[in-house]
Design a protein around this ligand. Sequence first.
Ligand code: PSU
Ligand code: MN
Length: 304
Amino acid sequence: MTLFTPSAAVAEALAANRPVVALESTIITHGMPWPQNLEMARKVEDTIRAGGATPATIAVIEGTLHVGLEDTQLEALAQTKGAAKLSRADMAVCMAQGGTGATTVAATMIAAHMAGIGTFATGGIGGVHKGAEESFDISADLQELAQTPVTVVAAGAKAILDIPKTLEVLETLGVPVIAYGQDALPAFWSRDAGLKAPLRLDSATEIARAQLLRSQMGLPGGQLITNPIPEADEIPRDIMDPIIARATADATTHGITGKQVTPYLLQRIFELTDGASLTANIALVLNNARLAAQIAVEISAQRA
Ligand code: PSU
Ligand code: MN
């Protein structure tokens, strides 16, 4: 039984040991509205290609786990209303039922690793939600980083999360949290979460070397690279904080729980910022795609 179906471009790149960057699809179906979601997905793929790597957007379509989508599939997925949001727990069930679902960071890491892809670009990972001491809402993304050897490039934990608690859990799980090119931990829409990142690296070469060393030492798990949004695109923390507080309060008022929390908050923040949060979100994803392509190129070179 074949577990996944690579696109022609991804199959060719993997066979030739050329760099490939995995991309998630929940950001397309649940993270951004149509049609900006499709524009973003296409631009991210172009950015990866411009960086010398092959993009592999991952999704389950009618029961098949695709690693790399053709443009028509990407467009159809971006318009799909009922796609499931798949993580470690539900990806296999969705495939068994012949269903369609988008992959979160956790599910994308699993698929990337199965395909032999070691680098993955996204916007922000899931983490420990505010109020987790009551709700126990901690994203499966954190456990996945602890066990699956993929370097994930994100713009930091989303500021809708409890960032100090997210860092504590990642430390407990043994996940390296590495700020790229600065000391401060980035906070998604803003460059600085007001906290120092546990680790810092300034080059794709060192990031690739660290991931390869982990593998050689038999340490399971990946790395979280937190790449600050470009200065020109950031929304400062003092502007975002009250908006996030308002969106979080609205989620509580409306009884939003579980998988709906992150998509609800992103949509609410989009409304409260008149779309500015989406513009910043797209800019940071593109910035992450650029860095991920460099890391993938380095990993290929160092493996050769
Ligand atoms: N970051 C974004 N947009 C998103 C997500 C992250 O900018 O849509 C998605 C990712 O797929 C991540 C998921 O894995 O949200 C986390 O969801 P949860 O908090 O339910 O684990
Ligand atoms: Mn959750």
